[in-house]
Write a protein that binds this ligand. Structure first.
Ligand SMILES: N[C@H](CCC[C@H](N)C(=O)O)C(=O)O
Length: 276
């Protein structure tokens, strides 16, 4: 099957975007892994599939697949690229979009030729909904890894995130702790792992070891989850500029029950066709 795609990225977190409305596309985990393979396929962190909505209150539905073939609930950088993609593909002319994901409906606003803001709704903090096993909800949790105890935040943006505070992100044990935490038994659906350095009440730096991928150059939901954790601990203001290896995102959150919004750039790299 010959399939058209667009290669896009949000701050270096890269995607193969597929229009499943104008094309009949049948994805399997094996096809996703091949598409994402940087030698055998196009190469990307996630494959994003655009579909018609299942509910009348949404303009589109989009599905998110990690490079390992797993389908997941949310992708912040992907949502911004989605908004640009559907307009470039002339699937809509709207600048305000409601898109269905497995995590619920996201509200997207196209700000200019490449910047998009996303309202991701309120973060989920109840452990059993993250999901994360803990006796009760807390702002932070002790977690044992190989006989060492760490203090983490646990937040869901529709997808699960663990966050650790570090003094220096460049020295953070991403390669050592990332894989151990990603598959920690207290996160039954695995977890994305953020390493957060707070520089001031409105600036921070973050690296993310993503579930199903490994370290990426940026993670939108990871930036949201990290900001929420820092805010819960009273360490940052309601708006924070988060610097990731691929660039910066602006995250806004004013407290529990309130929506998290993220704004940042999108890039279309090339269009192509692939035999799936
Ligand atoms: N790896 C994530 C999905 C992609 C999230 C990230 N690329 C973003 O921009 O939010 C997960 O398994 O939940």
């Amino acid at each position: 099957m010959r399939v058209k795609f667009s290669k896009m990225h949000g701050l270096g977190n890269d995607f193969v975007m597929l229009d499943g409305i104008s094309q009949k596309i049948k994805l399997t985990p094996e096809k996703i892994r091949r598409l994402a393979d940087r030698c055998l396929g196009v190469g990307c962190d996630q494959v994003l599939l655009v579909e018609s909505p299942r509910t009348p209150e949404a303009d589109f539905r989009y599905r998110i697949f990690n490079a390992d073939g797993s389908e997941v609930e949310n992708c912040g950088n992907g949502a911004r690229c989605f908004a640009r993609f559907v307009r470039e593909r002339r699937l809509t002319g709207k600048k305000r979009l409601r898109v269905e994901t497995a995590a619920g409906i996201l509200l997207l606003k196209v700000l200019d030729s490449d910047r998009v803001s996303v309202d991701l709704g309120a973060p989920v903090l109840e452990p059993e909904q993250i999901p994360f096993s803990a006796d009760r909800r807390a702002d932070s949790y002790p977690l044992e890894i190989n006989h060492e105890t760490f203090t983490i935040g646990a937040v869901s943006m529709g997808n699960p995130h663990a966050v650790l505070l570090v003094e220096d992100v460049t020295e953070a044990p991403v390669d050592r702790l990332g894989p151990l935490l990603e598959c920690h038994p207290r996160f039954p659906q695995k977890v994305n792992v953020g390493f957060l350095q707070i520089d001031s009440r409105d600036e921070a730096q973050l690296r993310v070891f993503e579930r199903g991928v490994g370290e990426t150059r940026a993670c939108g939901t990871g930036a949201c989850a990290a900001m929420v954790y820092a805010h819960l601990r009273g360490l940052v203001n309601d708006e924070v500029r988060i610097q990731l290896p691929g660039g910066a995102l602006t995250i806004h959150w004013s407290g529990p029950g309130q929506p998290v919004t993220m704004s940042g750039p999108t890039t279309t790299v090339f269009h192509g066709q692939i035999i799936l």
